[in-house]
Design a protein around this ligand. Structure first.
Ligand SMILES: Cc1ncc(COP(=O)(O)O)c(C=O)c1O
Length: 568
């Protein structure tokens, strides 16, 4: 196993009995080249740089780009060699296997994340010792919190949690005051109906009619709304009533779909990889073809999409909704529908929902999931809803009766005034201005650090950051994540958005492997703290080289407690 306290040194020569790994081969080739030019021999892979000075905020961009691509800097005098070495480097970068990486081995050793068989499913006998019980694997966010706790995370102020999939919950400029009290009338101590309190269902229907369906003949009523205890509960209620059908989803998308889709054995999940070349847009024409040729009955997507920060809107959304009139149920998770960042002032306050394009609310098979978690910035309330045809709502009432028993009664009552359309409009404008400011700030700082974002988010509060231009091993999300934990900062490795990651034989093959998701949900000071941590890691890479990275990770909470305990 890997050493915890003594970082393995990386000798220039290996024992003759062991075959060289691709990385060692490349390191040797590179260090030889470096030696030829600089007259020194950095056998440990240290980045050779003429500039001895650390980057400053003013010149960080140019300096950290030498961190990003140190190899080519030393080789530019020989163009032909540059090309062939670059090709070798590219090949090796992709040829690496998760077995060589400490960060990946820690992931595999946690319950539910062992590689699984493809077909038929195999279970891990060491893990599954309770008869009949199988670990579903924790969602990415839970895995990341567990790893942060193993590294000493507490809710203390020193940590920057840029992994957090939640918006800041305090006051923001020009937004209505935050709720501070909750009434507890005696009736509210009873169970609420599994479809929710009628007055709240009415308020949800009315808000959607005002925001998205003005002038349309078919209007939502309370019978089209089911109140659920959180977005994931809503998705689980929906998944529980999907029958034995093919269900299309895309990669990357929200991490919990993995477990939600996996937990309900009847539906068969069918993935499609979204392409960065198309800005991770859903190809509607291809989707139509897939529906026809593969017999897809259900399509699930977050829109706006977590983690890419892109949104399907306008005509594309209209076309997607149109598929619901051709025997396909479209499930749209619209939790980020207000997090849209307009370029023009008059567009502030607009939001996006498929509800705008539905013809008949009871005939078009569109299922919308949303709630107070993100838009209202009240993740702790656990008050959300599913909107759809009446016959869906009766089915959800049934699945809710055995899955969760309904949402919190007093908080459903407290939510009603928060859905007042005038209040909502003020919230939307304030939220869009504040979060746009934070998005632009983070993008600017990342660019200064040499980490320009290829496809900046136009919605949500996430940045999908490609690390491919960094030297290995910092160029994979799981290692970058572990290195930032050492700096008391949390981001989410991209593999968690590759739905079903445990089933991959080699995580290095995942299209999300070279990414992390950075959240700009937290307050600005926390964002800066996290960006400072990224800056420190990159400076270290520049001055100490790669030998400082990829090892010495804390393995468990227990180990951390033992290590951190004061001597007695
Ligand atoms: C796309 C998406 N849907 C749903 C949810 C979950 O909502 P809840 O916390 O209410 O379960 C999240 C939270 O991160 C999300 O990103």
């Amino acid at each position: 196993m890997f050493s915890h306290s003594n970082p393995p040194s990386r000798p220039a020569s290996r024992p003759p009995s062991r075959p060289r790994t691709p990385l060692e081969h490349f390191r040797d080739v590179w260090t030889k080249r470096t030696h030829t030019r600089h007259g020194s021999h950095p056998a440990d892979g240290t980045v050779v740089d003429d500039d001895e000075h650390p980057p400053t905020p003013d010149n960080a961009n140019s300096q950290t780009s030498s961190v990003a691509e140190p190899q080519w800097k030393t080789l530019k005098t020989k163009p032909s060699l540059t090309v062939s070495l670059k090709q070798v480097y590219d090949a090796l970068r992709h040829a690496r296997h998760e077995k060589e990486s400490e960060a990946h081995q820690i992931f595999r050793s946690s319950a539910g994340h062992k590689p699984k068989g493809v077909l038929p499913q195999t279970i891990n006998p060491d893990e599954e010792t309770v008869p009949g019980i199988e670990h579903p694997g924790s969602t990415g966010v839970i895995y990341c919190s567990d790893r942060a706790i193993a590294n000493g995370f507490s809710y203390a102020h020193e940590w920057a949690n840029l992994g957090q999939g939640a918006p800041e919950v305090g006051d923001i400029p020009d937004a209505p005051a935050r709720p501070t009290t909750v009434e507890l009338p005696t009736d509210s101590l009873e169970y609420a109906p599994t479809t929710g309190v009628k007055a709240l269902r009415e308020a949800v229907a009315s808000l959607y009619n005002i925001n998205y369906r003005q002038g349309k003949k078919s209007q939502y009523t309370y019978e089209n709304v089911c109140i659920v205890p959180g977005g994931r509960a809503g998705l689980s209620r929906v998944a529980a009533v999907i029958s034995n059908v093919y269900c299309a989803y895309q990669i990357p998308d929200y991490t919990a779909y993995d477990q939600v889709l996996g937990a309900f054995g009847r539906l068969v999940p069918i993935p499609t990889a979204l392409e960065p070349e198309n800005k991770y847009a859903l190809d509607i024409e291809q989707t139509k073809k897939d529906i026809r040729t593969q017999g897809l009955s259900v399509l699930l997507a977050s829109n706006p999409r977590n983690p890419t920060g892109q949104v399907i809107k306008g005509n594309d959304l209209k076309e997607l909704v149109g598929l619901s009139r051709e025997s396909t149920t479209i499930i749209l998770d619209e939790f980020y529908s207000w997090y849209i960042y307009p370029e023009k002032g008059e567009e502030y306050g607009n939001s996006v929902s498929s509800a705008s394009f539905i013809d008949d609310v009871n005939a078009d098979s569109v299922i919308i999931v949303n709630g107070l978690t993100k838009n209202w910035r009240l993740p702790g309330w656990r008050v959300c809803w599913v909107l759809g045809p009446k016959n869906l709502i009766t089915a959800l009432s049934q699945s809710g009766s055995f899955l969760d028993g309904g949402a919190n009664h007093p908080l459903q009552l407290a939510a009603i005034p928060l859905l007042d359309p005038k209040r909502v409009q003020l919230e939307k404008v304030a939220l869009q201005k504040h979060f746009k400011m934070k998005r632009d700030h983070v993008l600017k700082r990342l660019e200064k650090l040499g980490l320009k974002v290829d496809i900046p988010p136009t919605s949500t509060f996430y940045i999908w950051l490609n690390l491919e231009r960094l030297p290995a091993p910092l160029n994979n999300g799981l290692t970058f994540f572990e290195e930032l934990l050492k700096e008391q900062t949390i981001v989410i490795p991209g593999i968690f958005f590759d739905i079903n990651p445990s089933h991959r034989r080699n995580l290095f093959n995942s299209p999300c492997h070279h990414f992390v998701r950075i959240s700009f949900g937290p307050p600005l000071e926390d964002l800066d703290k996290g960006l400072d941590a990224i800056d420190r890691v990159l400076r270290r890479a520049k001055h100490e080289g790669m030998r400082a990275f990829g090892h010495s990770y804390k393995k468990s909470i227990e180990e951390n407690i033992l290590e951190e305990a004061p001597p007695v």
